[in-house]
Design a protein around this ligand. Structure first.
Ligand SMILES: [Zn+2]
Length: 454
């Protein structure tokens, strides 16, 4: 055996990314994400990882999103005491995301205990704020492009990939092989990030496939947003935009800001109801080398929106009758403050829900996109009367064509591709295209599969 990869998450789904790279001497974990979406996926977060924590020598994180970092505190709780490497902006964002995640876990356990609706007595959070603080002690930040040696025959570096602030693909030289873990690959054109950089070569490319079966339409998200907002204001409705607080929210705010400056939409209030999102925008200002926004643009964004601080404010905003735009997490409506707004507004046909991001199977966001007549929020069913729209071309992920172009720009074609981070249909469609276009062998692993590298 030379080396092998264990697929511990991020197979057949876009969540729970965890890949264990193992040689006789070393074990590295690449990404350490939470499973999200339907119940069978979420239950996987509670199952023990088939992993000997004492043998794990390092954890490498491609970017801060919860589906890539959210399981880290469980690792530390279970006794892992080694380094967790990530880029500096990822450290800043991961701190925000992990603290928020612990708070949600604790609140949910608390609510379940009070409402007595958990099978576990008492319901316990997956981890607490204390576990997160412990985890932060093990995080080490790395510069972009900087090779870090873990042993004579193992080294790695991060190279930016345009998905969110700090996000990167990983090049890992192990024994005499070069592996590239793509992380989440961004679109060629972003509103505030530079285009993804491209590796020279890879013996094995582990590639995300979120939009492996889709092409982003070429429509302008700004024009679409203008039309949607204006028609909703005309009928005196509210506009709800559930989105990932880190990344997408910033892009939406940039678009709304531009539309107002160009007088293309009325100057109605924009409410940003996500403490985490506000912190993420502050973090963005600290890493000017990692984005293309000027200080002035960031200051304008802060002036543009009203940042909600606590849940009492959320309730009072819900009571205000005048049209408003509400940006709130979570992106797939699996939780977060957006639930309160939808409870109050989803049954009003003047209102509009705009979905800007990927909606995984089993989430409320996917149910709305699929035109389900009702959705369940906090134990109660609500009829979907508000208009539902998908905002096109704003995703943080490359589509099929962009993924294929990314591979085509490698100086030397990768020798083998393993598709990860995508639902089954997306993976199959992309595998077929890669095979057709580049004649490269493509593997599509299942959960807990092991692939040997020779
Ligand atoms: Zn991501």
């Amino acid at each position: 055996m030379k080396a092998k990869i264990h697929f511990l998450g991020g197979t057949g789904t876009v969540t729970g990314s965890k890949f264990l790279l193992e040689t006789i001497k070393h074990q590295l974990l690449i990404d350490c994400g939470l499973f999200q979406g339907n119940k069978s996926l979420r239950l996987l977060n509670r199952a023990p990882l088939p992993l000997d924590y004492s043998k794990l020598s390092a954890v490498l994180i491609t970017h801060a999103h919860l589906d890539h970092t959210g399981y880290l505190p469980v690792l530390i709780k279970n006794g892992y005491k080694g380094p967790i490497f990530m880029t500096s902006p990822t450290v800043a964002l991961a701190e925000i995301i992990l603290r928020d995640s612990a708070k949600i876990q604790m609140e949910e356990a608390d609510a379940a205990n009070r409402g007595n609706y958990s099978k576990h007595q008492p319901a316990l959070p997956l981890y607490t704020l204390h576990d997160v603080e412990q985890t932060l002690n093990y995080i080490l930040d790395c510069g972009e492009n900087e090779w870090i040696s873990l042993a004579k025959d193992v080294k790695f570096r991060f190279k930016r990939n345009g998905h969110i602030l700090g996000s990167s693909y990983l090049e890992i030289d192990i024994l005499d092989k070069k592996l590239v873990f793509s992380g989440d690959v961004g679109k060629q054109e972003s509103l505030y990030l530079s285009s993804p950089s491209v590796p020279e070569q890879a013996d094995i490319l582990l590639l995300e496939s979120t939009y492996g079966n889709k092409s982003h339409p070429k429509t302008s998200p700004k024009d679409q947003l203008q039309e949607l907002i204006n028609k909703t204001i005309q009928r005196e409705g509210d506009i709800y935009i559930p989105c990932f607080a880190v990344g997408r929210a910033l892009e939406i705010m940039l678009l709304i800001d531009a539309l107002k400056k160009e007088n293309k939409i009325p100057h109605i209030p924009v409410v940003f109801d996500s403490p985490m999102g506000a912190e993420a925008i502050e973090a963005t200002a600290k890493f000017p080398d990692w984005h293309q926004l000027s200080n002035m643009e960031l200051i304008d964004l802060n002036k543009e929106a009203y940042f909600v601080r606590n849940i009492e404010e959320t309730y009072s905003i819900i009571d205000r009758k005048k049209s408003k735009i509400v940006i709130a997490g979570s992106g797939m409506i699996t939780g977060g403050r957006i639930l309160h707004y939808l409870k109050a507004g989803i049954e009003n046909n003047n209102n509009l829900v705009i979905l800007p991001g990927f909606q995984a199977e089993g989430t409320r966001g996917k149910a709305l996109l699929d035109g389900e007549p009702e959705i369940k929020i906090m134990g109660k069913y609500y009829q979907v009367k508000a208009e539902i729209a998908r905002l096109e071309n704003i995703s943080g992920h490359a589509d099929q064509e962009e993924l294929l172009n990314w591979i085509a720009s490698f100086r030397f074609k990768p020798k083998k591709v393993i598709l990860i981070h995508g639902e089954k249909d997306a993976g199959h469609a992309l595998a077929e295209k890669i095979n057709e276009k580049f004649r490269i062998t493509v593997a599509l692993p299942n959960l807990n599969d092991i692939i040997e590298i020779n």
